[in-house]
Design a protein around this ligand. Structure first.
Ligand SMILES: [Zn+2]
Length: 345
């Protein structure tokens, strides 16, 4: 059974006690890797539980909880991009895994939520359901809805079906239609501070929690995924090569990483360049704590203007990374450009 993360406890209490103000739609927003998806699932399960325990948390024993955890509850409907289910093999999985667990399957599956997925809701909200009662729709991540899907959902939010609660979860609320945002009760999800994140990661058996947390951009679930998932090795390989650009072999590195999620790899390079620039200007690094000596050396050799320009170019690359024609070529270009940047004086 999914637990509420320690940094969400107080938020949970507050939320559950303000239930009469929810309206028919909640928008849970916050940083990717903060545990929003797990929270939303837990919330849905608890609201459907017939014998909620103290703190209004799902009991984990009643028939309703059983359905929710195993086959799916008839009064619960979850909408995620096809790519999300393809990666996880279930209707959905751990929070925030969408930007890190790249596989071949994932690349062919859609990253978007399409209008058909929203249309299918009609049957659920108007017809089916186990008891006549309350139903919950979870949409994750809400910014994955394409324009048609978002408009279709908006119609539902404008004329909300009775006894249905929509829970939208988003990492990028600014990418949602303002009209959707305004029809939801917007809630900023908490993120733990560094000390609390490190303590939690240590409890999860992560050996180098500080480094993992930093490399994952200070989001605890992303850090856990990095430590326990398959990406740790790829990241190490990546760092070994970019830290020593004279010996960097763009073709070989591209080949080694072509099965990885491209947005993730671009993100690594973004963080790496951030640290190079940050060290040059402030003497500090933010993401790659363990690589401080390498960053020190490299940062002093680089042309700061060229590095800044390259970092800005990476923002465009990040947009393209979701739809590459050829992952390997995409990465080759990326690393060749990086190597060239490091040669500029
Ligand atoms: Zn229960």
């Amino acid at each position: 059974m999914r637990e509420i993360y320690p940094w969400q406890q107080a938020f949970w209490q507050k939320l559950l006690h303000s239930r009469r103000f929810w309206g028919h739609a909640l928008l849970l927003k916050g940083k990717q890797g903060a545990g929003k998806y797990d929270f939303a699932r837990r919330l849905a399960q608890s609201l459907l539980c017939t014998e909620p325990a103290a703190g209004l948390q799902a009991c984990g024993r009643c028939a309703s909880c059983g359905w929710f955890e195993q086959s799916g509850h008839p009064n619960f409907y979850q909408i995620v991009p096809e790519a999300f289910s393809a990666v996880t093999g279930e209707s959905a999985e751990k929070e925030e895994s969408d930007d890190k667990s790249g596989t071949a399957t994932k690349k062919s599956a859609s990253q978007q939520i399409g209008i058909e997925q929203i249309r299918k809701l009609n049957d659920f909200v108007y017809l089916t359901g186990h008891q006549s009662g309350f139903k919950i729709v979870l949409i994750y991540p809400a910014e994955a809805m394409n324009t048609a899907a978002a408009n279709a959902l908006l119609k539902k939010l404008e004329e909300p079906p009775p006894d249905v609660l929509f829970i939208l979860v988003t990492h990028q609320a600014q990418h949602l239609l303002p009209t959707i945002r305004s029809r939801c009760q917007q809630l900023a999800m908490p993120l733990p501070d560094v000390a609390a994140s490190v303590a939690w990661l240590r409890q999860q058996g992560v050996n180098d929690p500080d480094e993992c947390l930093a490399a994952a951009g200070y989001a605890p679930l992303s850090a856990l995924q990095l430590a326990k998932g398959g990406d740790a090795q790829s990241l190490e390989q990546f760092i070994r090569q970019v830290a020593d650009p004279k010996r960097l072999d763009p073709l070989q590195l591209a080949e080694a990483l072509q099965q990885s999620s491209l947005p993730v790899v671009v993100n690594w390079l973004q963080k790496w360049c951030y640290d190079l620039i940050s060290y040059r200007t402030t003497g500090k690094v933010r993401y790659f704590l363990k690589q401080l000596p390498a960053i020190q050396t490299l940062s002093n050799q680089l042309n700061p203007l060229a590095c800044g320009a390259f970092a800005r170019e990476l923002n465009n690359k990040q947009k393209l990374a979701h739809h590459p024609l050829n992952p390997r070529l995409f990465l080759e270009d990326l690393f060749i450009a990086y190597a060239a940047m490091t040669q500029q004086r």
